[in-house]
Design a protein around this ligand. Structure first.
Ligand code: HEC
Ligand code: HEC
Length: 267
């Protein structure tokens, strides 16, 4: 109960701090967060979380990576093809994860990495696509992302992607929910400040899917974004929604150059 009250008091204060209109000051191409100040969420995590992420034995996300490796090699579906049958070693996919979300050539849909893996399962392996947030999908997504560990987030120059990035930027500035806050209020204007006992991060996407102590499991960027919607008492878009993909395109552009962290841990 006390925690609930504290929550509202803090958020109300935050809302007051941010009453300034955003208006025309920021165009979609303008960086509210200068590239020189871009920092991973890891920098704002406590020492214990940082230590857990760095510890190869204790990092709980390793369990999903191991599961992903098993799935990768498992012959599946009527054609009895594994991911490995077509793609070889996971390490061969180095450089692939930072390209997502991108437009999938055959369907022209905006795919994130999860969408691509679900597509391969249903079309190439002819099995039902693993559900969003299933251990199987998270494990394979983490495995493919691990191949790109340390590579920088990039902003694809594909002109077809630009409208999606602009849509994501607009969503990022849009006030929502009962608290009438936008992403930018917390993650552009208040990062580095205390929020409860923790520091507010810049809301960077470079560690996903990651292990969150609060979830006690791995979770996707979709899930994290949905938590932020719920936090401001807004209706979260469903898993797999285009709006979440568009925000992710914008987040990659916004966090340009941040190294992919895999396996990552957050509180
Ligand atoms: C009321 C403040 C608030 C708003 C508004 C908000 N968030 Fe967050 N966000 C948080 C908090 C708190 C966390 C968890 C701790 C942290 O990373 O700061 C978080 C975490 C995140 C993370 C994960 C960072 C990491 O390193 O794991 C991302 C990405 C993110 N937010 C994006 C968004 C987006 C996109 C929006 C708008 C749809 C949004 N947030 C709106 C408070 C907010
Ligand atoms: C029968 C062959 C086949 C199998 C099996 C297969 N894929 Fe694919 N995969 C492809 C093809 C072809 C593409 C090119 C894009 C497309 O058409 O979807 C692709 C694209 C990808 C990409 C994006 C590569 C890039 O360069 O953008 C990833 C990641 C991926 N697959 C992961 C997987 C995973 C994980 C599995 C196992 C669950 C899997 N694939 C199973 C054929 C396959």
């Amino acid at each position: 109960m006390r925690r609930g009250l504290l929550h509202w008091a803090l958020l109300a204060r935050l809302a007051l701090l941010t009453l300034l209109p955003l208006g025309a000051v920021c165009t979609a191409q303008e960086r509210l967060l200068p590239l020189s100040e871009v920092r991973s969420g890891l920098a704002f995590a406590g020492k214990d979380v940082q230590a857990l992420q760095a510890d190869e034995q204790a990092n709980p996300a390793q369990l999903w990576l191991a599961q992903g490796r098993t799935r990768w090699d498992a012959p599946t579906g009527p054609p009895q093809r594994s991911c490995a049958s077509c793609h070889g070693e996971p390490a061969r996919l180095r450089g692939v994860a930072p390209q997502f979300p991108k437009l999938h050539a055959a369907t022209s849909r905006l795919f994130n990495l999860e969408d691509q893996i679900r597509h391969c399962a249903s079309v190439r392996q002819q099995v039902p696509a693993p559900a969003f947030e299933s251990d199987e999908l998270l494990a394979l997504t983490a495995l493919v992302t691990q191949a790109s560990a340390g590579l920088p987030l990039r902003a694809d120059e594909d002109p077809g992607l630009l409208p999606h990035r602009l849509a994501g930027a607009a969503l990022y500035q849009q006030r929502q929910g009962q608290l009438n806050l936008a992403c930018t209020h917390c993650h552009d204007r208040n990062w580095g400040r205390r929020f409860y006992t923790d520091l507010m991060s810049q809301g960077q996407p470079n560690g996903y899917p990651l292990y969150r102590l609060e979830w006690q499991r791995l979770g996707s960027l979709d899930r994290r974004l949905r938590s932020c919607y719920t936090g401001i008492r807004a209706e979260p878009p469903p898993f797999g929604d285009l709006a979440l993909r568009q925000i992710a395109v914008y987040l990659n552009w916004r966090g340009l150059g941040l190294p992919i962290e895999m396996p990552a841990v957050r509180k």
